[in-house]
Each structure stands twice: as C-alpha cells, then as structure tokens.
Design a protein around this ligand. Structure first.
Ligand SMILES: [Zn+2]
Ligand SMILES: [Zn+2]
Ligand SMILES: [Zn+2]
Length: 198
C-alpha cells in the first residue's frame, strides 16, 4: 500500500478551533485512529469495521457528538467525504484528500465563527421567523395533536429547531428550523403529530 496521506478535520465544540490531522492510509487500515484537539476537550475517532469505518465526530456546529458509518473506499481513497450534522444539516467534518480537507476546514471554521459572532440570535433569523409563524398557523387551525390524545402544544425555541411539547404527557416533536428545506418541509404539512410518552 502506498504512503498516501488522508486528512481529517472538524471544529472543536469546546474551543471553536478547527482541528486538522493527517494519517497514512496504512495506519488507517491497520487500527483505529484518533484526532484530539489542542485544548484536549474533544476527539474524533475512526475505527475500521469491515468494509466501512465507524467515525465519531465532536460537532462544532451543534455542540453534540455524532456517529457515522463511512465506506472504507471513500475514507481511504478519492477526494473524500463531508459529514453533516444531523441536527442542523450543516457539514461539521471532512475526511479525505489533505489539500481539499484543509481548504474545506478553513471555510468551516469561518462559518462556525460567524455563527458564534451572531450568538444570541438564531442560526437563520428569517427561516426561524417563518417556521414559527407557520407553526402558529398550524396550531391556530387545531392541527397539532399528540398520540396520547392531547391537543395543542407549547412551543420551545432552540438554536436551529423548535420543539412542540404536549401539555398532557410532555411528549416532544422537534421541528428543524435551520434551512430553506426545513421550511419547505413544514409548509407541506397540514397537521403535526407529537409522539406521546404514554
Ligand atoms: Zn478544542
Ligand atoms: Zn451537530
Ligand atoms: Zn401527549
């Protein structure tokens, strides 16, 4: 096997810096790889598992941690892959060709930094506003119910999502509110059903 290098990059949820590291294909094929941020508070891991890798990535976009299965062929060869945060649908990690990953990581750092600068406001104010008014309309026409039999809901606003909470059982429905697609999806829905706790 050649000594071609593969690169990993993510944004550290703890300190906000981009974390970048390279490993040889040989090392990646042989054993699990880890990439720790300089601040020591986050670590990406990639573990070989048959024809794919189990990747755990700390997410600088939503602050959580995500797991993904990446086909070995994509992780070890070719331009590479970007992993998206399932909460916000934004890319939060790149794996692949060092040149490409370096460039992508820089962009990613700027995007996340911009969002940090705007902290206190929502990821996308316009989308959030539209999503909230759409939800208000659905509530107004009695379109929100819960599988427990409860009607109506209270609304909790988070960074890039809105939670509808059933007043009867406390069940929740998370409505993403970060992108145009989130809004489009919501606009197609005449009713919303919360999955109840009972
Ligand atoms: Zn860090
Ligand atoms: Zn995330
Ligand atoms: Zn309920």
């Amino acid at each position: 096997m050649s000594e071609e290098k593969r690169a990993f990059a993510y944004i550290c949820p703890s300190c906000g810096k981009s974390v970048y590291g390279e490993r040889t294909q040989f090392a990646l094929a042989a054993a699990a790889a880890g990439l720790v941020c300089d601040c020591g508070n986050s670590e990406l891991t990639a573990e070989p598992a048959g024809d794919h890798y189990r990747v755990t990535v700390p997410c600088g976009v939503c602050g959580g941690e995500h797991r993904a299965e990446v086909p070995a062929g994509k992780l070890l060869r070719g331009p590479g892959v970007g992993l998206a945060c399932p909460e916000t649908k934004q890319l939060c990690c790149y794996i692949g060709d060092p040149g490409k990953v370096q460039a992508a990581a820089r962009e990613l750092e700027i995007t996340v930094q911009k969002k940090k600068d705007a902290q206190g406001s929502f990821v996308d104010d316009v989308i959030m506003y539209e999503v909230l008014s759409e939800i208000k309309d659905i509530i107004a026409r009695g379109g929100v119910s819960c599988t427990c039999g409860g009607k109506g809901c209270s609304v909790e606003v988070h960074g890039a999502a809105v939670d509808l909470v059933c007043p009867a059982c406390g069940g929740r429905l998370r409505v993403p509110a970060g992108t145009d697609e989130d809004l489009d999806r919501l606009c197609c829905q005449y009713t919303l059903t919360i999955r109840g706790r009972k």
